[in-house]
Design a protein around this ligand. Structure first.
Ligand SMILES: NC(=O)c1ccc[n+]([C@@H]2O[C@H](COP(=O)([O-])OP(=O)(O)OC[C@H]3O[C@@H](n4cnc5c(N)ncnc54)[C@H](O)[C@@H]3O)[C@@H](O)[C@H]2O)c1
Length: 381
């Protein structure tokens, strides 16, 4: 196991540093939350709720895996552990669930939670194929009294929020291009290939974050119903030959032409050899603005290989603080009846683009969108 993967699996948590934790009035009600799915993301969310979200209370965790049971015993032994999600849905005074199970279970669990009258923080994507996300979007929109928030964590990242506010204040001038590079650290253990089988491929699983970020920073909803004109994608396999039989690749290149006249270019990679890298550059008519990956330590080391800062090992290190902010925001949104910043509709729009990019990669042809905002995809693909 590489150090990076070991770090992810062992759940090395970041400190709060300068994350503003939301604190309610003394004695105020706290949001009673359960976590469904206790793998990499579920553990992170459970830890953050328990230790770092003052306005929420972690009341239960459900996951059938013996490893999850062991993790709860070792790390959060005072929290009720269940093997099934049905046992959690039967808890009478529950307010919300965080769904961090494998992607194929997201839609049925979200529909069950909405039916049960619970707020939901749902990990991305809703499903691995956007068409099957539609019932979830409809159910969420039919219940405005419930908050259904999607875990597009980048929208809660301090540096990217600063960039968003900078653009909104018109300091960069009219934005026209967003370039994003997202490199997951290379995993030689085989874990990643196993994970990739159930999670929708590089465009849906990895690219959906970049796509959502481009929609957000380029304000693409301003164009109305048809947000996208056309997408083009290509890709290659550098290190994981097993991906070929899954119609997937480990490095992908995307161009998204939005209907408001802006474009996004993405490089998505599973083969980062220098730790996790997420670099974002926004070009406006007055400025180029860049958010690069900060080093994971302020100590700069000098040795015979040169002078260097350590890089973040995984996305959990780069976006660790953003996950804490996301959970604090979710508690505040539910308790204070605030608007959800990352809706099921946003997830559906991003998934349409991810699906169109997947089809473009597989066929070698661009995919256009129609006036109703739907990708024009040959059903035979
Ligand atoms: N926001 C992000 O940056 C981010 C990063 C990684 C993963 N994710 C998303 O989080 C989800 C989980 O990913 P992960 O990396 O934690 O995967 P994982 O394989 O580490 O964990 C998934 C867990 O879900 C459990 N599970 C499966 N079916 C279940 C069910 N019916 N009820 C309860 N538990 C069940 C499994 O036993 C496992 O422990 C995926 O949808 C993924 O796309 C989001």
């Amino acid at each position: 196991m590489t150090n990076a993967v070991a770090a992810a699996n062992n759940s090395v948590f970041t400190s709060t540093n300068d994350v503003p934790l939301q604190v309610g009035a003394p004695g105020a009600r706290r949001l009673r939350v359960a976590v469904l799915g206790c793998g990499r993301m579920g553990q992170r969310h459970a830890y953050n709720i328990y230790h770092l979200t003052p306005r929420a209370e972690l009341v239960a965790i459900a996951d059938p895996s013996p490893m999850a049971e062991q993790w709860v015993k070792e790390n959060l032994s005072s929290v009720n552990y269940y093997k099934t999600t049905d046992e959690v849905f039967a808890i009478p005074d529950l307010d919300a669930v965080v769904i961090a199970t494998i992607t194929s279970t997201h839609a049925p669990l979200t529909l069950q939670a909405i039916d049960r009258g619970l707020h939901v923080l749902l990990e991305k994507p809703i499903t691995i194929d956007y068409e099957s996300s539609v019932p979830v979007v409809e159910a969420a929109e039919a219940h405005p009294e419930l908050k259904v928030m999607i875990g597009f964590v980048r929208r809660f990242d301090k540096a990217l929020l600063e960039l968003y506010n900078h653009v909104q204040a018109e300091r960069a001038g009219t934005p026209y291009v967003l370039k994003s590079v997202s490199q997951d650290v290379y995993d030689s253990t085989g874990y990643f290939v196993q994970y990739a089988r159930g999670n929708g491929g590089i465009f849906m699983d990895c690219g959906i974050h970049d796509i959502d970020m481009s929609r957000w920073l380029l304000n693409t909803q301003s164009a109305g119903r048809q947000e996208v004109k056309r997408v083009i994608a290509s890709g290659l396999i550098a290190a994981h030959p097993e991906l070929e039989e899954m119609d997937d690749c480990d490095n992908a290149f995307c161009i998204i032409e939005y209907a408001n006249g802006t474009s996004a270019t993405l490089h998505l990679s599973r083969t980062g050899m220098a730790g996790y890298n997420s670099s974002v550059e926004l070009m406006g008519m007055k400025q180029n603005c860049t958010v690069s990956t900060p080093p994971s330590s302020r100590i700069k080391v000098a040795d015979f290989d040169g002078h260097h800062n350590p890089t973040p090992a995984t996305y959990l290190d780069r976006y660790g603080e953003a996950f804490i902010s996301e959970m604090n925001e979710f508690a505040a949104i539910c308790l204070d009846d605030k608007a959800v910043p990352t809706t099921a509709y946003d997830a559906l729009q991003a998934a349409k683009i991810a699906k169109a990019l997947t089809v473009s990669f597989l066929t070698g042809s661009p995919v256009s969108f129609n006036k109703a905002g739907e990708p024009i995809i040959d059903k035979a693909v």
